[in-house]
Design a protein around this ligand. Structure first.
Ligand SMILES: [Zn+2]
Length: 148
């Protein structure tokens, strides 16, 4: 097997391991023994309610992911995409997963972005902002209902 570089600092305090190790929050839309779905802390203002699918186990990127967990994540990503498409007034959904700095990764725990999209939303021209907590709660509750 080819050894690929790690970008995770030795003293890294992983924000997703903190979430995974804590109690379910009002921003959590789903949690089982392998995966959780959290409404993102940051989103582009034109795409509110973006969700992150996060494995509970710490894996830096897709290269290191066990096949079985990759399958569970893909399954949940599909379910979240359908829940967003049917539960939000959006026109489409973008699924994105970043690896290494060159791939746009900035949290060293694998996660997949599932983003509602609107015709002509200009998502990639906009600047992400910190999401409002009440809006995050609102979207988490919407997704929770759809993922039951
Ligand atoms: Zn982690």
């Amino acid at each position: 097997m080819i050894e690929l570089p790690s970008h995770e600092p030795a003293d890294y305090r992983c924000p997703f391991c903190t979430i995974a190790g804590g109690a379910e929050s009002e921003f959590t839309a789903w949690r089982d023994e392998h995966v959780l779905v959290q409404i993102s802390l940051h989103w582009n203002p034109v795409n509110p309610g973006k969700a992150l699918v996060i494995p509970l186990a710490h894996h830096e990127n897709v290269y290191a992911l066990p096949d079985e967990l990759a399958g569970r994540i893909a399954h949940m990503v599909r379910r979240v995409a359908v829940a967003i498409r049917t539960g939000y007034p959006c026109d489409g959904v973008t699924v994105r997963q970043n690896n290494e700095p060159a791939g746009g990764q900035d949290v060293w725990h694998l996660h997949t972005h599932v983003t509602p999209r609107y015709i002509g939303d200009g998502k990639y021209q906009g600047v992400p902002v910190r999401a409002d907590d009440r809006e995050r709660e609102h979207y988490a509750s919407r997704l929770r209902e759809r993922l039951r």
